[in-house]
Design a protein around this ligand. Structure first.
Ligand SMILES: [Zn+2]
Length: 436
């Protein structure tokens, strides 16, 4: 290390102290317990250093766990097999592990103060349906497989952080729950996280979600979203002899074209996606049903509501157009409905929260810079209820999430693991008798 680097380190350390002392949040923490050590000290603590040092010699093991977990299919509502492996990994990290009624794996590291709980979580499920080839290919140092990054990275990190704390015999002040939860993706509708927050709500102080790769961001704003399904039904018939009968696919296409033309504002950013469409039984049959799944997201709840009404109005018009088109429609009637498949509430972490201070302190210690992001993750649930929560990447680099070309590059993973561990201990804190 040269002099300039050493000086810049010293400056950064001093900065951590300045940041921590300047932050009103630490004083609000201090009100709850005067024994809380400033998070900046964590990096100097011998036990914490031992925990951080556990990662480097075990990076291959961590890669192997990630590949092993990724190769166990975990579509929505079928996370059980992968959950069982997480259970054994967390048990091996000295935790008392349970699988709750929803299917979440919960490993408990009791704190001195068991009345306060901090959650570190990673979702078990993937967007890939059963039958997807999830075998991991290696190209150089890169790993490729559907789900390898989202959320193989988070799950491997969850197990690694638990193991590192165990090897360093760290006893936290607050109880830490290591949670591998179900139902984060798609129609899981965050059911796993909903159950965890429900079960621990009165004791829950903070939730740190590990999702995907990277160390470049911290998600503190929960993007609100709705998932809707349109179903249009009719009598169906023969393409030739029943021609003229109203066609649910025609109506769906007519309605979809109207909906696609709905204007959405750039700010508040609002998006929609026609994600899945199906219906019909054969090329020469008038279908008896057509279905469409639509995802709408917005920084504003009122824009979401507006888009949902636009979808309903468009479909009503699409059905009407199809029924009124100048062919003989006397031989059948279309029924239609729009159903809410899921709704993710919005929320935002206060800028002065102790959790964000802990993340910033961890960033300073590992010399990382990260930007605030807005996204739809497991953190939506605690944030919508006013419970401190963030979602962060677990280190390394990844790309192609939710595609069959998904990849993960472990280089730089160590920083992400340290960042997660330091943030976790920053909010869970060390037991006073062990801090020196
Ligand atoms: Zn994810």
């Amino acid at each position: 290390m040269n002099g300039t680097r050493a000086r810049s380190r010293a400056v950064k350390r001093a900065l951590v102290w300045v940041i921590l002392f300047a932050m009103p949040v630490r004083s609000s923490l201090a009100r709850q317990s005067t024994r809380y050590a400033p998070a900046g000290q964590l990096g100097e603590n011998a036990q914490v250093r031992a925990a951080l040092a556990w990662f480097a010699p075990n990076l291959i093991w961590i890669n192997d766990q990630q590949a092993r977990l990724t190769e166990i299919p975990a579509p929505a509502f079928q996370e059980g097999q992968r959950a069982a492996v997480l259970k054994s990994l967390l048990s091996a990290a000295g935790l008392a592990v349970e699988v709750d009624a929803t299917g979440n794996v919960i490993g408990e590291l009791p704190g001195v103060n068991e009345k306060e709980v901090v959650v570190l979580s990673a979702h078990l499920d993937t967007v890939f349906p059963a039958g997807t080839d999830v075998r991991v290919r290696h190209e150089g140092s890169r790993m490729l497989a559907p789900g390898i990054s989202d959320n193989g990275t988070g799950l491997a990190a969850l197990a690694a952080v638990a193991r590192a704390l165990h090897e360093a015999q760290i006893k936290p002040q607050r109880t830490i729950l290591f949670v591998a939860d179900v139902g984060e993706e798609g129609e899981g509708n965050l059911r796993g996280m909903r159950a965890v927050v429900d079960a621990y709500r009165s004791r829950l102080k903070a939730v740190i979600v590990l999702d995907g790769a990277g160390t470049d961001h911290v998600t503190t704003i929960a993007l609100a979203s709705r998932r809707l399904e349109v179903v249009i039904s009719g009598p169906g018939g023969h393409s030739w002899s029943d021609f003229g009968m109203p066609n649910p696919i025609n109506a769906l296409v007519r309605g979809s074209v109207r909906f696609i033309n709905t204007k959405v504002p750039a700010s508040p950013r609002t998006t929609f996606n026609l994600g899945q469409i199906d219906g019909g039984t054969s090329i020469n049959s008038i279908p008896y049903q057509a279905r469409l799944k639509v995802d709408v997201r917005s920084e504003s709840e009122s824009e979401l509501a507006r888009l949902e009404s636009a979808l309903r109005e468009s479909m009503a018009a699409g059905v009407r157009d199809e029924m009124e088109s100048p062919r003989d429609r006397s031989r059948g009637k279309l029924e239609w409905k729009v159903e809410l498949l899921g709704s993710r509430p919005g929320g935002e972490l206060p800028a002065a929260s102790p959790l964000l201070a802990a993340l910033r302190a961890a960033d300073a210690i590992v010399e990382n810079a990260s930007r605030i992001e807005r996204s739809s993750t497991d953190a939506n649930i605690p944030l919508s209820l006013g419970i401190d929560a963030i979602s962060i990447g677990a280190g390394g680099n990844g790309g192609g999430a939710h595609s069959l070309q998904e990849w993960y590059e472990p280089a730089g993973r160590e920083m992400g693991l340290k960042r997660a561990l330091l943030t976790l201990l920053g909010v869970a804190d060390m037991a006073p008798e062990r801090t020196r």
